[in-house]
Design a binder for this molecule. Sequence first.
Ligand SMILES: Cc1ncc(COP(=O)(O)O)c(C=O)c1O
Length: 389
Amino acid sequence: MKDLRQCFLLPADEIYLNAGTFSALPRAVYEEQIALMASAESNPTRQATARARLPLWGMQQQIARYLGADAEEIIFHQNVTQALNQALFCLPWRAGGEFIASDQEYGAITNAAREMCRRNGLSFREFPLPLQPQNSDELLATVLNALTPETVGVLLSHITSKTGLVLPIDRIGTELRKRNVRFIVDGAHGPGLLPLQLSATDVDVYAGNLHKWFMGSKGTGFLRVARRLHDVMEPHIVGWGGTPRDATPIHDQFPGNAYRFQYVFRMQGLKDVSSFLALGAVLRFRESLGEAWILERISELGRYARRRLEIDLGLKCFSPIPELNAGLLAFEAPPTWRESNATERMYRDYKITVPFWVDRQHGSMLRISPHIWNVEEDVDRLLAALQGG
Ligand SMILES: Cc1ncc(COP(=O)(O)O)c(C=O)c1O
């Protein structure tokens, strides 16, 4: 087995088992970004302006290809929270309708959806998803049963952050489209963890993070909106790109600006684009290892961790069956690890990074999300720490 730790900047005496929050950054990506930042300072104005044109558009095309989407459908964002806020607040909604979200959504995104409903005169309702369904048919049926004639929109995670439950978003998208219900997918954990073909689905909106499983720099994410909705979205930040009602783009020399959705939603002020340009180094790093190998290695580490913690240590596992699980695994915290500062104590005493928290439904939990820099021994050391108390 390849030991890839030397490809990252993680200290040798620490164990980082939390790709589900932030990935560790490959050294090659770090070096590329630092070089880009340094060279930009040779002439901030000329460099920044030049990079925001062809190089950034070229990167958008490469990332779109990786996601199975068209470059015109993608807007780069700092994170999923901002990306989904853009979609939720810029799309028109029918006042009086109902918007629903599962009870396993990420809190920040539920907040955004609830607030969008309040401002647009929609009602908001949460519906329960089974924690450990038998198969994806059960998930599809649960979502369809939650619809009412008033439902105009559904928010679901592609992969839930708490337990790593994978939702069949393609099948759900097809059914929602037939019913004319808009489908918003929180794909914070999708890119880099599961293969994506976004343009081949009926999902209306998909927002993803590139700073989790994909291994991009902090502050990289994207929004993908299906073409059929581009002309009805109204920007809530209006910059040089104007609004969809303006006849022609003002800055038509920007590549990509031949297309209105791009100039309206991309041209929203000056930004440092070095973190996005460094995504090319992530693609090269992934290619050098093999995309299929990366995905399989993450699954393999997950299966190992599950066996060790659930079977050998006897901790209750809240994650679904392996066929419906990706990346993230949640367990009941052992009795000696249930205090509010367990996360801090684990780091202080054992130099292991894993989140512990108290869940309103399931009590004290811990979540592990291993990635390719981990080895099986990292899991063994976590096990020993959990046993040690
Ligand atoms: C399912 C899910 N959605 C959204 C987010 C928010 O991501 P960000 O803070 O990068 O916007 C997270 C972060 O962990 C998440 O797990």
